[in-house]
Design a protein around this ligand. Structure first.
Ligand code: SAH
Length: 474
């Protein structure tokens, strides 16, 4: 141990490289890259180094001579004769020149690290000369983890700095630029100038208000990250702590930047949990949220769909007000809207439905009488998959015809979304026959017939099929 970290500028400097084999070629590459004038001396050369010859400053085909050392900035001895290598290093050292004998630790004044380059950024990995193999493998590992947009971002940072622009230190903006999917896509397609423009836009964007020590109650939409709002994405990417529901999809959580603490509060915090005396426990997520904010974190409480739809966002707001913590709510695309969209079923449509109501399958209060005639009203039922028989029967009891179209939409907006179609008397059977699994939303009313039309159009054009239809109206 104990080699200091230093990068020696070799641009235009003469570097003596002795040896013509694969090891010498390996040593030559970074030297050439650094702009050194590589003076190669070798009795014979292998194919690897032959390919590098156009970039070699001078090649002398002869045995290396101690006189070659004189005047060199650095000496790299990589012949297959270790006594020759050592003699070269000794000579160099006596002249105060940095030298290195390949694979001969005591004869190394410096090591050649494994290098990762992204534009102006250079990362070096060294194992103190111990294991170049390990260093190389670490390099591959790290390369995969480094955002591809780093080159474009770093180039722009350098340019902006040389123009005297400051104020780009904001963690959020920089990280967001590094992980912005659009920038990555532009870099991948080779359009670096468009990537730079996009980065500049990101840098210049006014940051939205999201103070440290506050909580954003955010709707994550029904699953697909495509259905996030821009504000939800902003909050997710600037959060220090994310507390999320079980319903929030991994592809949404993956948008959080490295270093963000992500906690699933979906299962452990059953809002119905009560202790032995039947006293209702405070759900775990609320103290976590408040503690986080009190510790100065930016906390995101991430709900599936919209936080204010059967999501207990209301209770959370109450608790935050009581604790004196600053809060905001970012709405999300609720399954109320995403499920009909997936099935191609409007919620209202002239001549078919004048309005809609939203219910929960957990409701034990019995049938409700709406202001609309049941024939003119669409009913959307969340959390109604398990209790579908009761829910569907209840809707018949409210005065709907048993052949009123009814559908179940599961995992709306996700890749595995499914639609089961039927009517009030058949849907439950169809759901079972299809083995449908939630989360699913039921839609009942004349409008649900439209799902069939969508399905028929998909059947005509199977390549356009975005939904899997698992049962049909008999
Ligand atoms: N706040 C959420 C609802 C939470 S209640 C929202 O606004 O969507 C959970 C219920 O939402 C589930 O039982 C199911 O009925 C519905 N749901 C959630 N995600 C869904 C999805 N991707 N597709 C269909 N229904 C979904």
């Amino acid at each position: 141990m104990g080699y200091p970290i230093q990068l020696v500028g070799l641009k235009g400097q003469r570097v003596l490289l002795a040896g013509g084999g694969a090891v010498a070629a390996e040593k030559a590459v970074p030297l050439i890259h650094a702009g050194a004038r590589v003076h190669l001396v070798a009795i014979e050369i292998g194919q690897e180094i032959e390919e590098l010859l156009p970039d070699v400053w001078r090649f002398d085909q002869r045995p290396v001579d101690e006189g070659d050392v004189e005047g060199a900035k650095v000496v790299v001895a990589a012949t297959d004769d270790s006594s020759v290598n050592r003699a070269l290093v000794d000579t160099a050292r006596s002249q105060g020149i940095l030298a290195q004998a390949a694979d001969d630790k005591p004869y190394c004044d410096f090591y050649s690290p494994a290098v990762i380059r992204r534009g102006p950024v250079m990362m070096t990995i060294s194992t103190d000369g111990g294991s170049p193999l390990l260093a190389g493998q670490l390099r591959r590992l790290l390369e995969a983890a480094i955002p591809r947009s780093l080159t474009a971002v770093a180039d722009l940072m350098v340019r902006l700095r040389s123009r005297g622009l400051k104020g780009l230190q904001k963690r959020g903006q920089l990280l967001r630029a590094l992980f912005d999917p659009t920038i990555t896509r532009l870099v991948d397609s080779g359009d670096t100038s468009a990537a730079s423009e996009r980065i500049e836009v990101l840098f210049n964007e006014e940051e939205e208000l999201f103070e440290p020590g506050s909580v954003a109650i955010v709707g994550a939409g029904p699953g697909s990250r495509q259905l996030l709002t821009l504000r939800a994405l902003d909050r997710i990417q600037r959060a220090d702590l994310i507390l999320h529901d079980a319903l929030v999809e991994p592809e949404v959580l993956e948008l959080a930047l490295p270093g963000t603490q992500v906690v699933d509060v979906g299962h452990r915090a059953s809002p119905h949990a009560s202790d032995a005396e039947g006293v209702r426990r405070i759900p775990l997520r609320i103290p976590l949220m408040i503690e986080g904010a009190m510790a100065g974190k930016r906390v995101v409480r991430l709900h599936g769909g919209d936080p204010f739809v059967f999501g207990r966002g209301g209770e959370e707001v109450d608790a935050l007000i009581e604790a004196g913590v600053t809060w905001e709510v970012v709405p999300g695309v609720s399954s109320i809207l995403a499920a009909p969209a997936a099935a191609g079923t409007p919620l209202t449509q002239r001549d078919l439905a004048r309005g809609f109501t939203v219910r929960t399958g957990h409701d034990t209060a019995g049938p409700t009488k709406g202001v609309l005639d049941p024939q003119e009203e669409t009913v959307v039922v969340l959390m109604g998959l398990k209790s579908a028989p009761k829910v569907l029967q209840g809707l018949i009891k409210e005065g709907r015809s048993p052949d009123t179209p009814a559908i179940a939409v599961a995992k709306a907006s996700r890749e595995d979304e499914e639609v089961v179609v039927g009517n009030l008397s058949t849907l439950d059977k169809e759901i079972h026959a299809a083995g449908l699994r939630g989360p699913a939303t039921l839609i009942v009313g004349e409008v649900a017939r439209r799902a069939l039309e969508r399905i028929e159009s998909l059947e005509e054009n199977p390549t356009a099929a975005a939904i899997r239809v698992v049962a049909g109206i008999s």
